[in-house]
Design a protein around this ligand. Structure first.
Ligand code: ZN
Length: 81
């Protein structure tokens, strides 16, 4: 029986077929030392690359969350008849 409290259904991982109630999010940023100021600054104007992974099987989820996890919206209702 579906839980009546849940309104939306999380997408499923393509590898382990488990609903993605949690997503692992790793960002990779690069900082560059500036000898003129003696400080480091982020050398990537877009804030670096990131990886979205399934916490259960480590599958790459970038195809599901191509726009980033925070921008994802699932319009699928859990109790679709
Ligand atoms: Zn998985």
């Amino acid at each position: 029986m579906p839980n009546s409290i849940e309104h939306f259904q999380a997408p499923k991982c393509r590898e382990c077929d488990e609903p993605l109630d949690k997503v692992e999010y790793d960002t990779h940023e690069q900082y560059e030392f500036n000898p003129k100021t003696g400080t480091y600054r982020n050398s990537d104007p877009y804030g670096g690359s990131c990886e979205q992974k399934c916490p259960r099987c480590d599958a790459d989820l970038s195809r599901i969350f191509g726009e980033g996890v925070a921008n994802y919206f699932c319009g699928k209702k859990a109790n679709k008849s």
